[in-house]
Design a protein around this ligand. Sequence first.
Ligand code: ATP
Length: 416
Amino acid sequence: MNAEIIAVGSEMLTGDRIDTNSLFITDQLNNLGVEVVAKHVIGDDRERLARTIRQAARSSDFVIVSGGLGPTEDDVTRDAVAAALGRAQVFNAGISEGIEERFRRMKRVMPEINKRQAMVIQGAEILANDCGTAPGQWIVTGKQVVMILPGPPHELKSMFTRECMSRLAHIVPPLVIRTRIFRVSGMSESDLDQTISPIYKKYENPATTILAHNGDLQVHLRARCATKAEAESLLDEVCGPIETALGSLIYSRCGHPLEIVIGRKLTERNATLVVAESATGGGLSERITSVPGSSKYFLGGFVTYTAAMKTEVLGVPEDLLELHGAVSPAIAEAMARGARNRTGATWAISITGNAGPGTDGPEGAAQAPVGVVYIGIAGPDESVETFHRIWPSSDRARVRAFAAQMALDMLNRKLQ
Ligand code: ATP
């Protein structure tokens, strides 16, 4: 079965607010096996909203409208739904009394305009609002259901969970959804797709999606079946060949990010880690320390931005900096070695690069092209390996995020 979600509110057509209600509703519907086929954001415009509802109710099993249930003139949802379905609205004295009582508890008198919130579309079931004034409505129209829900996210969540989920569960045929997530690093999104699409394209179920974010790739497989066993066996059938095709490029089979994977490996080996960052300015340490319990293996991080700090804190020789420039394999190596020697950590990672966008990077960095990053990994055998990458981007945030991702990826490979 499928659904369309309509978020009502002119504020969501500006940069001020984003529609988060639909994300929550989508998640809940997906858990029931209902697919969301369209989402709309409509301003406070009765006609446009009525048109959208009419169209959605023609093609989808469920139409969920959120927001615009307040008492003021610009709250147009009830009127638009009534117009779209060709139904009248009826004043419900019980709802009005409930709202009045809510005002009384707050030592206030209910303004007359709040009576609008007690208007109910003919034939609708009322959905109680335990967090606010506007009740929701559940309207069955032939084979479709139109739901009207309040806009404030906490009201919507509570109402949807309490009132809508059980009603939906009676209508939607039971379906089990099982998901597997592979996380992949060290290849491009298009290379990944080229490698695995011949496998997953043969199947409509499970549905496969590839998500890419700053050098981190995720493959999501979602199987929908009548039983758990069926879903698991379908996933096994598709995941087996994907795992074979990707081999060690997969760093996690349960959705964990690299910082968690590395943290586990370091803990298992009783090993420690230190980082020396230039271009990423602490971003790598931030990722590592975002993991609860990282103090077991993470000794700390040096942010050495200037040449003087690299020399003072990490012992990078001045003449080496002059000879090679701050963004070079020699300096990445010296930074990693220095960080490891000065702290006694088992492993050290260094990052030096020019994140751009212009020429005003850390001292010496501007000599290197924008997007160039060197990473050094110093390990327990006293060796230091350096890696080099150029990202064709002058987007500072992206280059820095890519660099941190690559550094974690390189250490993870060393910990295989
Ligand atoms: P109220 O009775 O409180 O006026 P309402 O149903 O009329 O509720 P709106 O006035 O449309 O809801 O929205 C109330 C608040 O909830 C606003 O701050 C609005 O930005 C926010 N909101 C509305 N819809 C959404 C949405 N889809 N996602 C996130 N926030 C939303």
